[in-house]
Design a protein around this ligand. Sequence first.
Ligand SMILES: *[C@@H]1O[C@H](CO)[C@@H](O)[C@H](O)[C@H]1NC(C)=O
Ligand SMILES: *[C@@H]1O[C@H](CO)[C@@H](O)[C@H](O)[C@H]1NC(C)=O
Ligand SMILES: *[C@@H]1O[C@H](CO)[C@@H](O)[C@H](O)[C@H]1NC(C)=O
Ligand SMILES: [Ca+2]
Length: 226
Amino acid sequence: MEKILIWTILCTIISGTLCQTDLGDDFFTFPDTPEVSYVQLLPDKNVTFTEISLCMRFKTANDEFFTLFSLATRRRDNSFLVEGREKNMFSLSIYGDQRIILKKPFVRNWTSLCVSWTSDAGDVKIWINGDYYEKRNFQKGESISGVPFIVIGEEQDLYGGGFNKSQSFIGDIADVNLWDRTLTKEEVTDFLYHDNIRGNVITWRALRFNHKGYVAKNTAPCLPIN
Ligand SMILES: *[C@@H]1O[C@H](CO)[C@@H](O)[C@H](O)[C@H]1NC(C)=O
Ligand SMILES: *[C@@H]1O[C@H](CO)[C@@H](O)[C@H](O)[C@H]1NC(C)=O
Ligand SMILES: *[C@@H]1O[C@H](CO)[C@@H](O)[C@H](O)[C@H]1NC(C)=O
Ligand SMILES: [Ca+2]
């Protein structure tokens, strides 16, 4: 059954201090502002990624170009980067190399996304609202090492900088979780349909973050899960 989204929006402009919060059903809203606005997500551990998985939900009316998740290291700004491009393409960059991973018209509604990559086979797996895609041999043998700078809302061309407003995310982001391993099908299903998983590198339910510019934290009693 479809859940009806009842918007009881409690809008708080979060202050510039470091927070650790169980964001539960909260989401960040990135408005269309001329200033650079992002949330930096602090990882719970420093790891060299030979496997990486990301799950998140987003909603945007921008269907031209938007950055969903930007993980930079000192060696490569696009160490792990997920973007929407040109109306119907999702792209993934691993350690500098960019590929269109799938063509799928953007929906102007909450969208659930999970992406995972493994170094040993170069396997990419992606789930968008329950549809599944895969690709092999992508950046096989590479790894993502060094303390990452992780941002939602903007795209980095330098470690923690080099932002370009034309690549900003405008809209809402929720449920961001990151792992240093692949996910089982059950875990992805749990995320897509029940939302009861926690990342072991970034956990939405114990999120450590910082923000810059204008970002609002909103509370929705019920996010629709596709
Ligand atoms: C990761 O390393 C950086 C730089 O040494 C440090 O500031 C940060 O606290 C570390 N993070 C964790 C979770 O240990
Ligand atoms: C967005 O999703 C909600 C919940 O799944 C649904 O009720 C609504 O019709 C969708 N809106 C659009 C414009 O597709
Ligand atoms: C910002 O991005 C746009 C679109 O990708 C590009 O045309 C422009 O050159 C970029 N600006 C800078 C300063 O990198
Ligand atoms: Ca970049």
